[in-house]
Design a protein around this ligand. Structure first.
Ligand code: AHM
Ligand code: MG
Length: 336
């Protein structure tokens, strides 16, 4: 790359040269990126900034909230509510939707986010991230309600994440492939460091929380058993395993060098859902992965085709290298 392309320039060119994104969406993405920069700073300070540890509260899913979960949620809301580009926001950390206060202009977009994904890694200095998804508010009625958010992931107009690791990297799609931007801390701006990200169709690496094995459904167990059998088994090759316990970091690895990520539902859950949330985690990651040539299903259906029934809906997730996702999905189809 000869001259550095900032996120701002990339978005302006997407808007101006290619006409791919409207001005309001460009503004929205710049604001999200700015919020991520400020979350990145808080993450970097760690104990020095007094941001580690629990906040003594629980979210709507009954999970203990960390201080950084709450700080990140507030940063994203404050950054986004006054710009005039949003109709409303929804977050993994809030019970219901957050309307843009009436003193600010209302826009046409809906923003959903997991403000700080991988919360169990905050206090141990392991990569964490912010995941976001953008849709348009249906324009057939005034006002905005929770029902407006319940659109399938195929309706997303932008999606991405920012991983706070050894580097802070923002990964974005507006439906035209996947681009990665690394935060240049001296300049204070995100710089384009990779375009047209592609996930190889085949892989020898899988990511799953193996401690749940005894609770898995038969097709998942079959798939992993075959991987574990290595060269001597039906796959005829050895597999390696990675599990970071931050979806952002696991997906970032997969976008970088391939692999398959799985968080299946397991037999402890009567609703046959999973741990991960459709609106804040599965949809944006599924779209990024598809845009990079990979696949994403819930074991039976394409994630982006799922019709959500509630804001905090959970879903089983299989995503990454296409041939592996197709294989584990076919094992589900073969089940009686
Ligand atoms: P969080 O949004 O509360 O952080 O939970 C989601 C995270 C994912 O990032 C990760 O893939 C998974 O939970 C890890 O789960 P486990 O604790 O079973 O390893
Ligand atoms: Mg999460």
């Amino acid at each position: 790359m000869t001259s550095k392309i900032s996120l701002t320039r990339y978005l302006v060119e997407q808007q101006r040269v290619d006409g791919k994104i409207p001005a309001q969406l460009r503004l929205l993405l710049e604001v999200v990126a700015r919020a991520c920069k400020s979350i990145s700073q808080a993450v970097n300070k760690g104990a020095l900034g007094g941001v580690l540890g629990t906040a003594g509260s629980e979210n709507v899913q009954g999970e203990v909230q960390k201080k950084l979960d709450i700080i990140s949620n507030e940063v994203l809301i404050e950054a986004n509510e006054w710009g005039g580009h949003l109709a409303a926001m929804a977050s993994e950390e809030m019970d219901t939707i957050h309307l843009v206060p009436s003193r600010y202009p209302q826009g046409e977009y809906l923003l959903m986010f997991d403000p700080l994904d991988g919360s169990s890694n905050i206090d141990v200095n392991v990569s964490i991230g912010t995941i976001f998804s953008v849709m348009k508010k249906p324009d057939d009625h005034p006002g905005v309600s929770e029902a407006d958010f319940l659109q399938p992931g195929s309706q997303q107009v932008a999606a991405g994440y920012c991983v706070y690791g050894p580097q802070t990297t923002l990964v974005l799609t507006v439906g035209d492939g996947v681009a990665m931007f690394t935060l240049d801390r001296e300049q204070g701006s995100f710089v384009l460091t990779q375009e047209n990200v592609q996930i190889p169709a085949d892989t020898k690496e899988f990511a799953i929380n193996m401690s749940n094995m005894r609770h898995w459904d038969a097709p998942v167990k079959r798939y992993i058993d075959e991987c574990l059998a290595g060269k001597e088994g039906p796959r005829g090759k050895d597999f390696n395993m990675r599990w970071i316990a931050s979806m952002v970091a696991d997906v970032h690895r997969i976008l970088t060098r391939g692999g398959v990520f799985m968080y299946p539902w397991d037999k402890r859950e009567p609703e046959k859902a999973g741990k991960l949330r459709l609106m804040y985690e599965a949809n944006p990651m599924a779209w990024l992965v598809e845009q990079a040539g990979g696949a994403a299903t819930n074991g039976r259906q394409r994630i982006l085709d799922l019709q959500p029934t509630k804001l905090h809906e959970r879903v089983a997730v299989f995503l990454g290298s296409k041939n592996e996702v197709d294989r584990v999905t076919s094992y589900h189809a073969a089940e009686k």
